[in-house]
Design a protein around this ligand. Structure first.
Ligand SMILES: [Zn+2]
Length: 98
């Protein structure tokens, strides 16, 4: 396999991962941005208690199902509010595919 084919394969794998991420999001990308901004602001003012209390508060304010959002964050590897920023990084990366 030549270098060019290998690069194209890598790009295809990366795009597939980005697409998979977006397909699993429980809400629109605008809502995801809104959640991550809210968490950013809240965690600038207070330390993470290593639970999802801030995510829960945001869900209530947006009338979004809390259990669905927490299950999604967990499935993407976040165990608490501050770890949601790892998911934000992947979200930001995934948006590059569109
Ligand atoms: Zn935390």
């Amino acid at each position: 396999m030549g270098g060019r084919d290998r690069r194209e394969l890598k790009r295809a794998v990366r795009d597939a991962e980005r697409l998979r991420f977006v397909e699993r999001m429980p809400f629109s990308s605008a809502m995801a941005t809104n959640l991550f901004e809210a968490l950013n602001a809240a965690l600038g003012a207070q330390a993470c208690r290593h639970n999802f209390v801030l995510t829960g508060r945001w869900c209530e304010s947006q009338s979004v199902n809390v259990a669905t959002v927490i299950a999604w964050l967990r499935s993407e590897g976040a165990g608490c509010d501050c770890e949601a920023f790892n998911v934000e990084e992947r979200f930001t990366d995934a948006m590059k595919a569109f």
